[in-house]
Design a protein around this ligand. Structure first.
Ligand SMILES: [Zn+2]
Length: 304
């Protein structure tokens, strides 16, 4: 892999490249320079530390990646924008960062979003070290940081919030790489991710509340990523593994939640799966995601 950044001209630093694919990294990739530390031939970092101006201020720390044709289904090379969601900005907690980021992806023309994270399990059958591709989410605010241009111009569906087509391709890649000692839970299982903004981790009471509501796992970044993917008309697929189990949430005698060793053991494998799956996603996915943001008739917003 070539990790040598190729500097773009200073004048083009704020120009948003036209790409069809985005990778959002997170806690699953902690401790790694992504994708520089992942050894996959054919993945190149064209540029890094890119900043873009948005209507809500600057969005920083972007990378522009290129996958060569040996990795894609079509045999054609493709480029992707990549952003580390938990560190953007790095020095403060700003839950609105995803609105700026997905505005960038909207301008770029992105149609596929692959999002990496770690999760906790509130379903006893899901073990630490398992990989989970959930089918649905619970997030009652639907993100306060919407990108839709007004309340009535679009109908943004909550159905199929995870792209079934992308999830199937991802699962096929994951089953080739994930350790046999752990499982890959696929979208067919219909698992549900409850979302709550971090960085404070979930209390035992909150975890049990999510479980009672029907969640199988808890995720601290998936709601804005999934919702804003829908709002820009893109497919969304999460790539996640479990770092805390059911008993870890309930044990009030322990001050820590996350199990030691899971993250460093699996972060490279997860990152490799995310890159390989992203590269293989077809440009024209056989799915309905892009029709699930539907324009509304003009009379609904012009007559009042
Ligand atoms: Zn789709």
């Amino acid at each position: 892999m070539n990790s040598e950044p190729l500097p773009l001209a200073a004048a083009s630093r704020s120009a948003i490249p036209q790409v069809g694919l985005a990778l959002i990294t997170g806690s699953a990739n902690w401790g790694l320079a992504f994708p520089e530390d992942i050894e996959i031939d054919g993945v190149k970092v064209l540029d890094r530390d890119i900043s873009f101006e948005t209507p809500w201020g600057q969005s920083d720390h972007w990378k522009l990646l290129e996958f060569d044709g040996s990795l894609s289904e079509s045999g054609q090379s493709k480029r992707a924008l990549c952003m580390y969601s938990h560190g953007n900005p790095r020095e403060e907690i700003d839950h609105s960062c995803h609105r700026r980021a997905f505005w960038v992806l909207l301008q770029a023309g992105v149609k596929r979003v692959v999002s990496c994270s770690t999760v906790g399990a509130v379903n006893k059958a899901i073990q630490t070290g398992d990989m989970v591709i959930n089918a649905d989410i619970i997030e009652f605010t639907q993100t306060p940081y919407s990108l839709l241009p007004g309340r009535q111009r679009f109908d943004a569906s909550g159905k199929q919030i995870v792209c079934a087509s992308c999830a199937e391709l991802l699962a096929n890649v994951a089953k080739r790489h994930w350790p046999v000692s752990n499982r890959v839970h696929t979208i067919q299982q219909g698992l549900v991710a409850g979302h709550t903004y971090g960085p404070r981790l979930t209390t035992p009471a909150e975890a049990m509340a999510f479980r009672a509501l029907g969640a199988d796992i808890i995720n601290h970044s998936i709601a804005p990523e999934a919702t804003l993917s829908r709002e820009i008309g893109a497919c969304f697929v999460p790539v996640a593994f479990v770092t805390a189990g059911y008993n870890d949430y309930l044990d009030r005698s322990s001050g820590s939640l996350l199990q030691d060793g899971v993250l460093p053991r699996l972060s490279r494998t997860l990152s490799q799966i995310a890159l390989e799956a992203a590269a293989r996603l077809p440009d024209e996915a056989p799915c309905i995601c892009h029709n699930l943001k539907a324009p509304q008739p003009a009379e609904r917003y012009e007559r009042f």
